[in-house]
Ligand binder design. Sequence first.
Ligand code: GLY
Length: 351
Amino acid sequence: MTKQEVIISHDLNGDVERAIRRCPHDRLFVLTDTTTLRLCWPLVGGLPSLREAHMITIGDTDENKTLASLTHVWTALQQGGATRHSLLLNLGGGMVTDLGGFAASTFKRGMAYINVPTTLLSQVDASVGGKTGINFGGLKNEIGVFNCAATVILSTDFLRSLDMKNLLSGYAEMLKHGLISDEESWMQLLRFDIEAPDFGRLGSLVAKSVAIKEGIVEQDPTEQGLRKALNLGHTAGHALESLALEGGHPVLHGYAVAWGLICELYLSTVKCGFPTERLRQAVGFIRQHYGEFDFNCKQYEHLYEFMRHDKKNEADIINFTLLGGIGDIRINQQASKDDIFEMLDFLREGL
Ligand code: GLY
């Protein structure tokens, strides 16, 4: 996996044009979903180098991150005459960049791709770091490969049309990056008013957040060790997300991560001495902006089972990434069923 170029863009059109020109190709394809085709494509579609591009469009929710959509993309590449020297530009949220990245990585054993992520969540997480894939057999991101985009272009121009829930969803991953980084980054995020954002300032925070992720991915691109730091909040968070989905009341990924952070910072306090005052601060911020996750103690067993089946585990052991303090990362921490039930009590009842 080679290092990717991440551009914090202040000139979206110029940066997209230059990124395409820097990547020699015979044919150019653009992947959008139905929403990004309508809302985001107009921001770049007039560029000279995109005039001849073959457009490919898929459905616009995570339910479309399937083998059927992937087949649709492979077919469109084949029918459009794509070769190993063609280029795919993915314009969309995490679903588009993950699926498009996987389609490009596997078509004729791999062609280059560029990510232009259009949601805050995909800008600070999915589009950077080379994780590509699709959902399969009822499991998220079950099939995929590590393979970086040639270039990732991050522009706040796309964030202005995002609704507040999607902004908050992305912000949860930024909170995670602050927690695994340092006190200053964490405090900057707590002080920023994400519900009335200054987009210039948000752009700087995004740049910092992505730099934190890149620093980790560079050291451990295929998640053998340190990259597990990026799973903070996700063992519990994925279980909450799966429970909500199964119950017919899906929650946005970042909301589940925010509630997962409450859970795993609590475990961090119990098992690694994470300071109570910091826990109180994080819980206060998350409750204020993300509200409460609606569940009861009859669902604990089910949540426990979801955690046991998380693909990040080895054998039957549930692995957590915890913190001894802000930036003091402790990977491969195990918790008993009693610990996990106590953690869920904490999520329901608080301090
Ligand atoms: N989303 C976590 C990672 O990229 O490793």
